[in-house]
Design a protein around this ligand. Structure first.
Ligand SMILES: CCCCCCCC/C=C\CCCCCCCC(=O)SCCNC(=O)CCNC(=O)[C@H](O)C(C)(C)COP(=O)(O)OP(=O)(O)OC[C@H]1O[C@@H](n2cnc3c(N)ncnc32)[C@H](O)[C@@H]1OP(=O)(O)O
Length: 184
């Protein structure tokens, strides 16, 4: 992966460890929001990524490239592939049970991805330092051992839950996240 200093963990970064409440290995992760463009099962033309964690600290996911994801005829749009990388990285950092948002996302495109491809994605954390999480992901064509088509490195920044309430749609958050009070 060609990555900048901004997405490279500093020497004092800590290695992530699975938390006690992490999903069981192999259990499906499910969408964090039904209308999410990346994982939402209620999104009419989203990516519909399906994911699980093998170990509580990383995520594997499958993304089937559809006609609605094209850039050039018959080939996936690079921005759509970046969105898929962003999503799978976001799923992996959510395993640490604190809310993070993407600060920076770097992407290498190594091979074209035809419509109909199942992209086998994997995301993991290389280190954490304060509010910053340094993450990486790859997407392989056709199988978990297939050729790598896309790589990404990212810096995610931890935010308070209020970030979503302040900037987003608080009623929908309350409807889907019953543990979150609209008027605490
Ligand atoms: C109640 C329930 C709600 C449900 C929600 C579920 C949770 C999610 C669950 C599952 C996720 C699944 C997947 C989701 C989709 C994938 C994720 C996305 O696409 S997220 C959307 C796109 N990203 C944004 O919209 C961020 C927009 N930016 C911001 O809001 C701010 O800029 C923010 C929060 C990133 C930082 O702002 P500051 O004011 O809090 O903090 P400052 O001081 O600016 O930055 C902190 C440190 O980070 C560095 N930093 C910030 N941005 C950077 C950047 N772009 N590059 C390098 N460094 C950066 C700064 O230099 C600073 O470093 P120094 O502490 O000084 O060392």
């Amino acid at each position: 992966m060609t990555r900048s200093a901004l997405t490279t963990p500093p020497p004092d970064a800590t290695r992530p460890r699975p938390l006690p409440g992490a999903p069981a290995p192999g259990a499906p992760l499910g969408p964090h929001y039904s209308r999410c463009f990346g994982c939402g099962d209620g999104h009419p033309n989203g990516l519909h990524l399906t994911a699980l964690t093998p170990d509580g600290i990383s995520v594997v996911a499958e993304f089937t490239v559809e006609e609605t994801h094209q850039g050039a005829p018959g080939l996936a749009h690079g921005g759509v592939l970046a969105a898929a990388m962003d999503e799978v990285i976001g799923m992996s950092v959510w395993l640490f049970q604190r809310p993070y948002v993407t600060g920076r996302l770097e992407t290498d495109y190594l091979a074209p991805v035809p419509v109909g491809t199942v992209l086998h994605m994997r995301a993991w954390c290389n280190g954490m330092s304060g509010r910053k999480a340094y993450l990486e992901a790859e997407g392989r064509i056709g199988s978990p051992d297939g050729p790598v088509a896309v790589r990404a490195a990212a810096l995610f920044i931890e935010v308070a839950m209020e970030h979503f309430a302040k900037h987003g749609d608080i009623q929908t958050i309350a409807d889907e996240h019953h543990e979150y009070e609209v008027n605490p």
